[in-house]
Design a protein around this ligand. Structure first.
Ligand code: MG
Length: 290
């Protein structure tokens, strides 16, 4: 099932997307996606079995599936081997050590106010950064929460998936050592275009493609994650209780802007498109509406 959050006639709603029919069956007013995920045993079958009168997709503005997460988005850094190498070699990794491959998952977060939707403008924040970069990532959405979740049980806690662009201000990431500032500028977490339930996505590796103005920059498979989704969930939940609707960005593959010589930073007007198999395409323009 594909779930979308959208604005229709001034009202924000969540609903089930029927791509073939080009419409959305809305949930009740006030039932946002995090609420639905928290009651999925009841709400999931209800949404699947008794669709409400559909709204044509053409009449709505899609928003991020979870426009305002309850708390920070968990993120994993340096989680693809070739990207870990390009980051270490770029000179932008203030934590670089002799080994560019992490021994343990590198976990940081992005503020909830970073989230923006499909088609929305990404603020270039030219007053504070001149080194804007993209990071195409598979996003995991937690269903049943918990602490001390083991790898073996981890996928039972995954509600679904979405696409995330972990937009990064490289100069801030480098200068301030700790990554939070460089990762958390407003609008620097495009998400969407929808959220897809885990049963529809399955467990096979997903193909990921990122283009900037049509030029391929990142092309990878999630089979190449250094720490896979169960390992990430086990690590984070060891001492932090995961909650329904928590989001985890799993890391980006090789091909980010700082991997090039000279670096290819994003400029106003650039169009970043991220496609992941079974999850659609997330498109955002730097500094402007599409
Ligand atoms: Mg990232």
């Amino acid at each position: 099932m594909k779930l979308v959050t959208f604005r229709h006639q001034g009202t924000e709603l969540t609903g089930v997307l029927n791509q073939e029919a080009g419409n959305i069956s809305p949930a009740a007013a006030g039932e946002d996606l995090v609420t639905l995920i928290g009651t999925w045993q009841e709400s999931g079958p209800r949404l699947a079995a008794s669709p409400a009168a559909p709204i044509p997709t053409a009449e709505v503005e899609l928003l991020a599936p979870i426009p305002v997460p309850r708390r920070n988005i968990f993120c994993v850094g340096r989680n693809y081997t070739e990207h870990a190498k390009e980051f270490a070699n770029s000179g932008y990794d203030a934590t670089a050590s002799a080994s560019h491959l992490p021994e343990f998952p590198v976990v940081f977060t992005k503020a909830p106010s970073t989230v923006t939707g499909p088609g929305a403008a990404v603020d270039p924040h030219t007053a504070v950064t001149s080194e804007l970069d993209y990071e195409a990532e598979l996003g995991v959405i937690i269903g049943t929460g918990g602490r001390g979740i083991t790898k073996e049980n981890a996928l039972d806690h995954v509600w679904g998936y979405t696409i995330i662009n972990d937009v990064t201000a490289r100069d801030l990431q480098k200068n301030h050592k700790q990554w939070f500032l460089g990762k958390s500028l407003d609008t620097h977490c495009p998400m969407g275009p929808w959220a897809v339930t885990a049963d529809e996505v399955g467990t096979a590796p997903l193909d990921l493609l990122c283009t900037v103005n049509g030029e391929t920059r990142q092309k990878a498979t999630t089979a190449d994650l250094i720490f896979d989704i169960p390992a990430i969930i086990e690590t984070i939940s060891a001492g932090i209780t995961l909650q329904p609707g928590d989001i985890i960005a799993t890391g980006t593959p090789v091909g980010v802007g700082i991997g090039f010589n000279p670096p290819k930073f994003l400029q106003t007007g650039d169009v970043v498109e991220i496609s992941i198999s079974k999850l659609g395409t997330l498109t955002n323009t730097i500094g402007g509406q599409q």
